[in-house]
Design a protein around this ligand. Structure first.
Ligand code: AP5
Length: 211
């Protein structure tokens, strides 16, 4: 499965939930990159400047990364990949090599104004990466992760001007994938403005009934 959608549309929140509910592997390119930046690996050093500016990391780096982490069997959710047409073509080719294919692509539909509101309230655990929202999904204790007790912080790229740039980059470089997957009859639109439980319910419904 592929989760596609603008920044802050809830892809990560739903991917974490669904992967637990259905025993699927969750591959978030954003999380992998943030780990690489934190650990100052070669990839992290190359990716950091793009991420801080709210731009996409070059396709060749991202494709090599996915090649490395993609499991050869079992179901998985790709959260944040592909994000460009060349990435989608590379994914097709990789999967073909294992006689597999993308099953469904969920499009998380959300307007720019809601994106900005969601991301300005997002809190992320500095240790385990768990995601909260000041208003919509608050931690039990202010500033502390429910899961690991880590400190909650605001992501560098969640400042309003960077969020608006990320949204623009999504529109220009990622949204052509909507048509790409529509033509292949794989695209399913989700109303991502619903609350977290509703979106999860809808995802499970589509996976159960196929539509
Ligand atoms: P990445 O981390 O993938 O960022 P993103 O796609 O911009 O997505 P986000 O993580 O910001 O949002 P999300 O949709 O997961 O929403 P979330 O669930 O957290 O990528 C970061 C950077 O890495 C990119 O800018 C780029 O530089 C680079 N990168 C990554 N992949 C790449 C690729 N393939 N190619 C090139 N570069 C790449 O939710 C957001 C907030 O809303 C949270 O606070 C949450 O609690 C809340 N919330 C969630 N759902 C709801 C709901 N239904 N109602 C109310 N609140 C909600």
């Amino acid at each position: 499965m592929v989760f596609l959608g603008p920044p802050g549309s809830g892809k990560g929140t739903q991917a974490k939930k669904l992967s637990q509910e259905l025993g699927l592997m969750h591959i978030s390119t954003g999380d992998i990159l943030r780990d690489a930046v934190k650990n100052q690996t070669e990839l992290g050093k190359k990716a950091k400047e793009y991420m801080d500016r709210g731009e996409l990391v070059p396709d060749n780096l991202m494709i090599a990364l996915i090649e490395e982490v993609m499991p050869k069997e079992g179901g998985f959710i790709l959260d944040g990949f592909p994000r460009t047409v060349p990435q989608a073509l590379a994914l097709e080719e990789m999967l073909r090599g294992y006689k597999r294919d993308v099953d469904k692509v969920f499009l998380f539909d959300l307007s720019e104004e809601v994106v900005v509101e969601r991301l300005s309230g997002r809190l992320t655990c500095s240790q385990c990466g768990a995601v909260y929202h000041r208003k919509y999904n608050p931690p039990k204790q202010e500033g502390v992760c429910d899961l690991c007790g880590g400190k909650l912080i605001q992501r560098e790229d969640d400042k309003e001007e960077v969020v608006r740039r990320r949204y623009r980059v999504y529109k220009e470089q990622t949204s052509p994938l909507v048509e790409f997957y529509q033509k292949k009859n794989k695209l399913i639109r989700l109303d991502a403005s619903q609350d977290i439980q509703e979106v999860n319910k809808r995802l499970l419904e589509v996976l159960r009934d196929g539509h």
